[in-house]
Design a protein around this ligand. Structure first.
Ligand SMILES: C[S@@+](CC[C@H](N)C(=O)[O-])C[C@H]1O[C@@H](n2cnc3c(N)ncnc32)[C@H](O)[C@@H]1O
Length: 302
């Protein structure tokens, strides 16, 4: 089976991470293996790419993309990067990539419950081996907490109205499918004229972020990232909405730790956005881990 997902901004990622023979690189979100393959091809001979994903199904797909390449694939959350490096007995690496969110392959599988365009169980977990499915959140959260969640993670203007409707509906019957939830949201949010976006978009985004604790994992990852990249090594993060990009921007804008390579985030070219619509909302930021400052103020490379 060939993956659906197309790697976003591949040329820009290669230019910013500068993979070279012999290097060790971690792709923290290996997904369908697109970036991983490009990076792994460039670190031969002698290099090693470690690919992490919290979704075992994506690791299987990625495996098909990297035959014969020096790639180690592991089912892990990227917030565990320090312990992954410790277990593999490798120190800080030359480069780290995180391409956040989900893959087209996960979205296209109705069984994962990520899409409001297909009916399936209201699950949304990217790691199906742990955590609480979206149906359970929708069942147990108080009306006010649901509204806050839609407002905060989905920037949904009609959050209170939607939460009220959910609470009324769940008293009649449990909301267990993506179709039920999408119809319910559509029934109480007007489709704005001249705006083709489905009214369910923001609620689905908000629930996915909450179910997978996406912002929490990203925050914890950004805290441990400097210790995982060697001085002079590089990190790049691709984000897909402003809540993520804000965290990445804040983390990289710490000159005592990082030297930014992208003062403004890079975005996909018009060409790429044309053939890969997912790339339209992508923002790529990268930085070099600053060589440590010695007492005398000189930078060294140890
Ligand atoms: C946008 S896709 C990556 C696509 C990949 N760069 C490629 O070229 O095919 C994001 C992937 O990251 C995974 N993911 C999201 N959050 C994660 C986390 N906290 N830890 C590990 N994997 C994560 C998702 O399961 C998904 O497979």
């Amino acid at each position: 089976m060939s993956p659906l997902h197309l790697a976003v901004m591949p040329d820009e990622v290669l230019r910013l991470l500068e993979p070279r023979p012999g290097q060790t690189i971690v792709d923290c979100t290996v997904g369908a293996g697109g970036h991983a393959r490009l990076l792994a091809e460039r670190i031969m001979p002698g290099g090693r790419l470690i690919g992490l994903d919290q979704d075992p199904a994506m690791l299987e797909l990625a495996r098909l993309r990297v035959p014969g390449l020096p790639v180690t694939l592991l089912h892990r959350n990227f917030e565990d990067l320090p312990s992954v490096l410790q277990e593999l007995q490798i120190g800080p690496v030359d480069a780290v990539l995180a391409d956040l969110g989900f893959c087209s392959d996960q979205l296209a599988d109705p069984g994962r419950g990520l899409s409001f365009q297909q009916d399936g169980p209201l699950d949304m977990r990217l790691d199906p081996t742990r955590g609480e499915p979206a149906s359970s959140l929708v069942r147990r959260l108080h009306e006010r907490d649901l509204a806050d969640l839609f407002h905060e993670y989905g920037e949904e203007r009609h959050s209170r109205r939607i939460a009220r409707k959910i609470v009324a509906a769940r008293q009649e019957a449990a909301i267990t499918t993506t179709g039920q939830l999408a119809d319910l949201v559509r029934s109480c949010v007007p489709r704005s004229r001249g705006h083709p976006i489905d009214p369910a978009t923001r609620v689905f985004q908000a629930l996915r972020i909450a179910v997978n604790d996406e912002l929490g994992a990203l925050e914890r990852f950004l805290v441990v990232l400097p210790e995982c990249v060697r001085p002079g090594g590089r990190a790049a993060v691709i984000s897909f909405h402003s809540l993520e990009d804000r965290l990445v921007k804040r983390a990289f804008r710490r000159p005592e730790i990082w030297q930014e390579l992208t003062r403004k985030p890079l975005t996909a070219s018009a060409d790429e956005a044309e053939w890969n619509p997912r790339a339209r909302s992508a923002k790529l930021r990268a930085a070099v881990n600053r060589p440590q400052i010695t007492d005398g103020g000189a930078e060294h490379d140890s």
